[in-house]
Design a protein around this ligand. Structure first.
Ligand SMILES: Nc1ncnc2c1ncn2[C@@H]1O[C@H](COP(=O)(O)OP(=O)(O)OP(=O)(O)O)[C@@H](O)[C@H]1O
Length: 360
């Protein structure tokens, strides 16, 4: 039995099925990210785990204790679950010290020392404990919210897009700091986010949600490299999806023969490559003649983005001519390091590294 389990959770709001049959297992001390488009049910799921709402049907168990099932539910304040919301949701009229200590009994011995310790743990200077939330930066407010959630010694931490209001640099460093902090404290965590890169880098387990259900649950690597379907593939990053026929461990497609993990034989298959698997080598136009088994393209668009550029490449030849016309009209979209990105009009030789993933 896992630390946290949901079984067939369902929740409706009038005609809207916010959750329609959700199952998940979360191991003790692990980090799970739930990712999915707006309105797919992520926040609803967190609210059910926290105990702010009850499921219509299904069961939630934490550490062997049933928190919710038909006919009864443990109240939120008795669950020992911490929640950090998107905007931090601090109490504006309370000092930072009282925000952090909100869940600690006023008369408890050592309360002040515990507040100072929590501030230290989340990397806040104790000089700010006397201030009020509006006197803090967004990043500091999020740290206060985290310290407040940790004050109740939670068994489980729920993070609802807690980094989304922060700018990119701070977001990455906060995410790393929070992951390390919760790991050191051995607290299992569920992070809800829109951001696929955040989900992949934060979690040991990622669940992709759509229309109130999980489309796929697995390790970040599994989901990124072996997505179950196109939706999961495209939600987690850029994907090049091509028709192919499979034989003897290879896929024959517009890009030539590409190794795949399966030895099954099948026509009308679909394969997926991540754009970073396509390697580009600049070449002269004359270099294309007399090399029919090599693949060439022309750079038709370049979007400079600093460290990484978007490069659109139109195929100029293909070992699989029937598809070539179609793909020539839809350039391959790749991301390449900005420093040596080719320019528009340049000819490149394209090769593929690694294996393609085959959709079932
Ligand atoms: N209290 C409510 N009353 C009515 N409908 C609701 C309520 N809460 C959520 N919903 C609906 O349930 C569905 C799931 O909402 P939820 O907030 O869980 O999505 P989400 O994935 O968290 O979205 P976002 O990423 O935009 O926050 C949506 O269609 C939403 O409109």
């Amino acid at each position: 039995m896992s630390f946290l389990e949901f079984h067939s959770l369902e929740k409706r709001y009038g005609p809207v099925a916010a959750l329609s049959g959700v199952d998940l297992a979360v191991e003790a001390g692990s980090r799970t990210a739930i990712v999915g488009p707006s309105g797919c049910g992520k926040t609803t799921l967190l609210r059910l785990i926290a105990g702010f709402e009850a499921p219509d049907s299904g069961r939630i168990e934490l550490d062997g204790e049933v928190l919710a099932q038909e006919g009864g539910s443990v109240p939120a304040h008795q669950r020992s679950i911490g929640l950090v919301a998107q905007d931090g949701a601090l109490f504006p009229h309370l000092t930072i010290a009282d925000n952090i200590g909100f869940g600690i009994n006023r008369h408890e011995a050592g309360r002040d020392a515990r507040i100072t310790e929590l501030a230290y743990i989340v990397g806040l200077d104790k000089a700010i404990l006397k201030r009020r939330p509006h006197e803090l930066s967004g990043g500091q407010q999020q740290r206060v919210a985290l310290a407040r959630a940790m004050a109740v010694k939670p068994r489980l931490m729920l993070l609802d897009e807690p980094f989304s209001a922060l700018d990119t640099g701070l977001r990455v460093s906060m995410r790393k700091a929070v992951a390390e902090l919760l790991e050191a404290a051995g607290i299992a965590t569920i992070l809800v986010t829109h951001d696929q890169a955040e989900a992949l880098s934060f979690a040991d387990q990622v669940a992709v949600m759509r229309d109130g259900k999980f489309s796929q649950v697995g390790t970040p690597r599994e989901l990124y490299l072996r997505p179950k379907n196109r939706m999961v593939a495209e939600f987690l990053g850029d994907a090049i999806i091509l028709p192919a026929s499979l034989r003897d461990g290879f896929a024959q497609c517009t890009l030539g023969q590409i190794a795949v993990e399966t030895r099954e034989a099948r026509d009308n298959a679909r394969i997926m490559l991540r754009p970073e698997q396509l390697l580009l080598k600049r070449t002269a136009r004359e270099g294309m003649s007399g090399t029919p088994d090599m693949l060439f393209g022309e750079v038709v668009e370049l979007e400079f983005g600093g460290p990484t550029c978007m490069v659109a490449v139109r195929l100029l030849n293909s070992p699989d001519p029937p598809d070539a016309a179609a793909i020539a009209n839809t350039p391959l979209i790749l991301r390449k390091p900005g420093m040596d990105a080719p320019t528009v009009g340049e000819i490149v030789r394209i090769s593929v590294s690694g294996k393609a993933h085959v959709f079932a």
